[in-house]
Design a protein around this ligand. Structure first.
Ligand code: ADP
Ligand code: MG
Length: 695
């Protein structure tokens, strides 16, 4: 329930003076539907007016001139500007209007009168001029704002209008109880919330707009704290949900023995983390974060075996048919050997194939279900589902995951969740995205990997690349060739990929598979499967090469127009090779024709050449792009902060996460005085799952 004190802030913007039906949709678009949203709209700039004279006027700055009006020049022909000449003791100041009514201007600027004019100083023929100046009478001098915030204007709504509405909204900005720890505020020199908001909308200069300005930091900290509280609350809710106690047993032992390798230290640690969670009686919510090829599947397999050993069922869900199939083909025999029955459920099963599988899951005869989206369909029922494992979790929505988890038996408690991700993101971002989950990281790669040699080449050397490729294919190697979707239309991109496949078929005289996004799923997967099984040596693909597909024999990756990819994406693509014993190569081709490569683009590709560490690449990508939306995170459920910048406010984010957990640990129901104030903060920001944070 929303605290009453917030009601004025949650009033509709239409209740503000001047926000009539015409501007309402514009205000809603720029800020949002509520008075609060206007208050939370930070200015994008600031105008600082400086008193000047015609002689000392600085071009490019906003000047304030006290002048006498000399003359009005009305243009002879339509379209030419209206000019007014004014002057002070030191020289002329020309005032210019493009369009507008001469009579109106003359009324504002009567000849022989003194006026104060203000605007951005330009020089034209070495004379000072101001286009569309602000005009004040001498007796208005005291009312002139020497600094004025600039808001992101949109079509039909000026910065000035927005400023007026924001000021109207400020009148609703009541004082709120302090929700932050006073000692922390003092240490950070943070102003109170209301003062910070006032300062936000009355910047005195550029420094006040910087993320480092204390008022901005205060508001950012509130926002991060509110978000972390929301995540910490969900985390607590999960932890107090009882869930089946799962312990490793004979099946786990046998599965471990059946793995054709020993676990890396990082894998063993992750297994230990998971086992601790599963045995706790509380519901697990863990993210297994590990670069492509880091061996997440084996860790997941042990969890599946543990569940079976304790008499429970589990499900492993993958985003695509081919991945699900690959998991099944690898895991089913090992699980079978450990006495655990697994079934594969995909959208491609016929009714007749499906029926016995569904029956086996419903009766508990099959302990493990591996599959795609088909797994969370209503027809799928479990006898005693206790663990859900989601591979490539970002490919699923929250709802899909919840629908799978909802298949648990309420009598045995909640379904444990293990999600897996190969998207390397910087640690701080992990907090914003997965703050609610516990995280295990596979930081070390399995042994026996041959590092991938990466070369960066101009597209012009493509002939040479083809020749080297031919030689490698002749020795039995397999290769991927990526043609990105870059052109104006998908159709022409597709044509480019088709043409490339045809070229390579002709030049190399080998079978060439072609996989692209517009193919029917089944057809595409058949092409991928031919490649995976070694029937085609070369696979030309648009970016649809499935994340997670494992073809150890593939040792060459050619990426055309590599400069048009994000680093993280290139890293993922490169991760398709270097999975077997063969020395692997990744060739990044850049530019078409004689295009040069920009400095940043060079640095980016250079990063890839230098390192294979996904986390290092993610950090570097982040740095080179200077924040923004480095990894396409906005699309993947990244929170839309209004004040906070997870990069620039990195240390605030860490502090907010700590503080949120601490506060809820001490005062879970938020009944202390600070707790009550914190509830106001929570309601103020009103974090919802759909506003990001991959719950
Ligand atoms: P990902 O983390 O991308 O899902 P996989 O689980 O598919 O990685 O593992 C990639 C490859 O590494 C597989 O072929 C797997 O058999 C192998 N692998 C996994 N763990 C180890 C290990 N500890 N030692 C050697 N090879 C391993
Ligand atoms: Mg995988």
């Amino acid at each position: 329930m929303r605290p009453q004190i917030l009601f004025p802030l949650f009033a509709e913007v239409s209740s503000l003076k001047g926000v009539g039906p015409k501007v309402l949709p514009l205000v809603q678009k720029v800020a949002g539907p509520l008075v609060r949203d206007l208050l939370f709209l930070p200015p994008s700039g600031v105008v600082v007016r400086r008193p000047m004279t015609a002689a000392n006027a600085t071009e490019g700055s906003v000047g304030l001139f006290e002048v006498m009006i000399d003359r009005l020049f009305v243009p002879g022909k339509p379209g030419a500007p209206i000019k007014v000449r004014a002057s002070d003791e030191t020289g002329f100041v020309h005032l210019i209007w493009f369009g507008g009514s001469a009579q109106h201007i003359e009324r504002l600027l009567p000849k022989g009168q003194t006026r104060i004019v203000s605007g951005k100083v330009e020089r034209f023929n070495n004379e000072v001029q101001i286009v569309h100046p602000d005009i004040f009478k001498p007796d208005e001098a005291d009312d002139i704002a020497m600094t004025e915030p600039v808001y992101p204007a949109t079509q039909g709504l000026t910065s000035r209008q927005i400023r007026k509405f924001v000021q109207g909204a400020m009148e609703h900005a009541v004082d709120l109880p302090e929700w932050q720890d006073p000692a922390w505020l003092e240490r950070q020199r943070f102003p109170a919330w209301h003062a910070a908001l006032e300062r936000l909308h009355a910047p005195q200069g550029e420094p006040d707009l910087a993320p480092e300005a204390v008022a901005r930091q205060r508001l950012a900290y509130d926002e991060l704290f509110a978000h972390q509280l929301a995540l910490a609350r969900r985390r607590r809710a999960r932890q107090i949900t009882p869930a089946p106690v799962i312990r490793p047993g004979e099946a786990s032992e046998r599965l471990l023995a059946a793995l054709p390798f020993t676990l890396t230290g990082a894998q063993a640690q992750a297994v230990e983390d998971i086992r601790r969670d599963l045995a706790s009686g509380e519901q697990m919510g863990r993210l297994l974060q590990g670069d492509v090829g880091s061996g997440k599947t084996a860790v997941a397999a042990l969890a599946l075996a543990d569940a079976a050993a304790s008499g429970f069922q589990s499900a492993l869900m993958a985003p695509t048919e081919i991945l699900a199939r690959q998991h099944y083909q690898r895991l089913a025999p090992m699980l079978e050997g450990a006495g655990v029955t697994a079934v594969l459920l995909t959208g491609r099963d016929t009714q007749a194939e499906r029926r016995p599988k569904l029956a086996a899951l419903a009766s508990g005869e099959a302990q493990v279900a591996i599959g795609t989206h088909a797994l969370f369909q209503d027809a799928v029922r479990f006898d005693r589902l206790a663990l859900a494992v989601i591979d490539e979790q970002h490919r699923f929505g929250v709802n899909e995951r919840q629908r799978l988890q909802a298949k648990g038996d309420p009598r045995t408690g909640g379904v444990h969740l293990l999600t897996m991700s190969a998207t390397p993101i910087p640690r701080t971002l992990e907090l914003t995205q997965y703050g609610e989950l516990d995280v295990s990281r596979l930081t070390e790669k399995p042994p026996g990997r041959t590092p991938v040699t990466t070369a960066v080449l101009p597209q012009a050397r493509i002939g040479e690349v083809a020749k080297r490729l031919k030689a490698a294919l002749d020795t039995g190697a397999q290769a991927y060739w990526i043609c990105p979707l870059v052109a104006e239309s998908e159709a022409s991109d597709l044509a480019a990929a088709e043409a490339r496949a045809a070229d390579l078929r002709r030049i190399l005289q080998v079978e060439v598979g072609l996989a692209h996004g517009q193919m029917p799923g089944a057809e595409r997967e058949a092409v991928m499967a031919d490649f995976a099984d070694g029937r085609t040596p070369l696979l030309v693909a648009t970016t649809v090469v499935e994340v997670g597909v494992d073809v150890p024999n593939a040792s060459i990756m050619v990426i055309e127009h590599a400069d048009r990819f994000g680093l993280a994406q290139l890293h993922q693509l490169r991760g398709r090779v270097g999975r077997g014993a063969k020395a692997s190569t990744c060739l990044l081709l850049y530019g078409g024709g004689d295009d040069g490569l920009g400095e940043t683009a060079k640095l980016r590709l250079e990063t890839l050449r230098r390192t294979e560490d996904g986390f290092e690449i993610a950090e570097e990508d982040f740095r080179l792009r200077g924040g923004g939306d480095p990894l396409g995170l906005k699309q993947s459920g990244f929170p839309a902060y209004r004040f906070a910048d997870p990069i620039r406010h990195r240390s605030l984010l860490l502090a907010a996460a700590d503080d949120a957990r601490l506060v809820l640990g001490r005062d879970p129901d938020l009944t202390s005085p600070r707790g009550e104030a914190i509830r106001v903060l929570e309601a103020l920001f009103d974090w919802k799952a759909d506003r990001g944070g991959a719950d």
